[in-house]
Design a protein around this ligand. Structure first.
Ligand SMILES: Cc1cc2nc3c(=O)[nH]c(=O)nc-3n(C[C@H](O)[C@H](O)[C@H](O)COP(=O)(O)O)c2cc1C
Length: 366
């Protein structure tokens, strides 16, 4: 353990104190029940990572509106009917020693009923072209309120806070991007207008859940697209979110429209590929900033924190591949950590509506 001392320095975040710097990044698993309620399998997954010692568990993208769901079997938070299951999940995570945060999501142009700031065609692949319906001002106002209501439900269910999904090219990111937001009203055009929607969502969430709970933000620093949202604007947005009462930023660059470009795939295959861009954002704000992306080893995680590049690391697939990743650090068994193979089997399965399974699980007791 001596070698990893920095990872175990507690971190103040909002009103919470994390016991270490390893957090679980949100990961849609397709384990939910078809009606959007939390399943036993979902509970087991998250509780196991909390029990192993992960300080902050961010539960996967959860729908604030039935029309905004991207894939089937997402967890839902858009009606009080879901509170019972969410309560069981929050309790299991907290009983296992972690803090529980629910990620709030709307897919926008990637929803089953695609809506977006503007009717800009998606171009994931030629056979999958979709032209979303532009949102009216009334629809925008209604949705801002729905984010707030979902946050209130999460808190009522016992979560320590929520994380707004502002990255990956989903609805919130669609508003800030000049590629997908072509509006000429107060929600489009200038940078100030493009960031109005995320800031109003933050304000609504804060108002609904109160000051004392954790409000995180899954942050898009740069779309990695020639005509996309860029780091110079990302830096200003980071400061504005901090001012608006956001408690942490979890940086995740790129979107579905950049991640599959050959150059970006080369970049994202490298360990710690987002550390530098995360540091650029960290320099702008005082709130904690999390680094994401192929942080596969305790050595790399420790180095990131020790060098001050980020305040915490957010691991998705490394903790999916090896549920006891952090426990093995505690027990001086780091040589037994089973690494994520980066083969994206998990992602391919969930895209097909199938339960996420890791190709590495044959090597661990998962
Ligand atoms: C199967 C799968 C599901 C994901 N689901 C989410 C999600 O619900 N919300 C989110 O913000 N990011 C999601 N991500 C992105 C991860 O949180 C993470 O940023 C990405 O996988 C890179 O980090 P890693 O190398 O630690 O996995 C998902 C990634 C994968 C592979």
């Amino acid at each position: 353990m001596k070698a990893f001392q920095t990872l175990f320095i507690p971190l103040n975040i909002g009103n919470l104190v994390l016991k270490n710097r390893i957090t679980l990044a949100p990961m849609f698993l397709c384990y939910g029940n078809p009606d959007g309620t939390v399943s036993e399998k979902t509970i087991e997954f998250y509780a196991r990572r909390a029990k192993a010692g992960v300080s902050l568990i961010v539960v996967e993208a959860s729908a604030v509106d039935s029309k905004g769901m991207g894939l089937s079997r997402m967890i839902r938070a858009d009606s009080d009917n879901y509170i019972k299951g969410l309560s069981k999940l929050a309790k299991a995570i907290k009983d296992a020693g972690g803090y529980a945060v629910l990620q709030l999501y709307h897919g926008g142009r990637y929803s089953q009923q695609p809506i977006a700031p503007s009717p800009v065609e998606t171009y994931l692949s030629p056979e999958k072209k979709i032209i979303p319906q532009a949102m009216s001002i009334d629809e925008i106002t209604e949705l801002i309120n729905k984010f707030g209501e979902a946050a209130e439900r999460a808190i009522y269910a016992g979560f320590n806070g929520v994380e707004l999904h502002g990255a990956s090219g989903y609805l919130v990111a669609q508003f800030i991007s000049p590629r997908t937001n072509k509006r000429t009203d107060k929600y489009g055009g200038s940078f100030e207008n493009r960031i109005r929607f995320p800031l109003e969502v933050v304000a609504s969430v804060r108002e609904h859940m109160g000051k004392e709970y954790l409000l995180g933000y899954r942050f898009l620093p740069d779309e990695w697209l020639p005509d996309g949202f860029k780091l110079n604007e990302g830096k200003i947005l980071a400061r504005r979110l901090e001012k608006a009462s956001v408690n942490y930023l979890s940086c995740n660059a790129g979107t579905y429209e950049s991640w599959f470009l050959p150059d970006i795939m080369k970049r994202t295959s490298k360990h710690g590929y987002q550390v530098d861009i995360t540091y650029e954002i960290k320099k702008e704000v005082k709130i904690p900033v999390f680094a994401n992306g192929r942080i596969n080893t305790p050595d790399l995680a420790e180095e990131i924190i020790r060098k001050g590049k980020a305040d915490a690391v957010a691991l998705a697939r490394p903790l999916f591949a090896d549920p006891e990743f952090i426990q093995k650090i505690f027990e001086n068994r780091t040589d037994q950590i089973v690494e994520c193979a980066n083969d994206m089997q998990c992602g391919r399965l969930t895209m097909q509506g199938l339960d996420a399974v890791c190709s590495q699980w044959k090597k661990v007791n998962a």
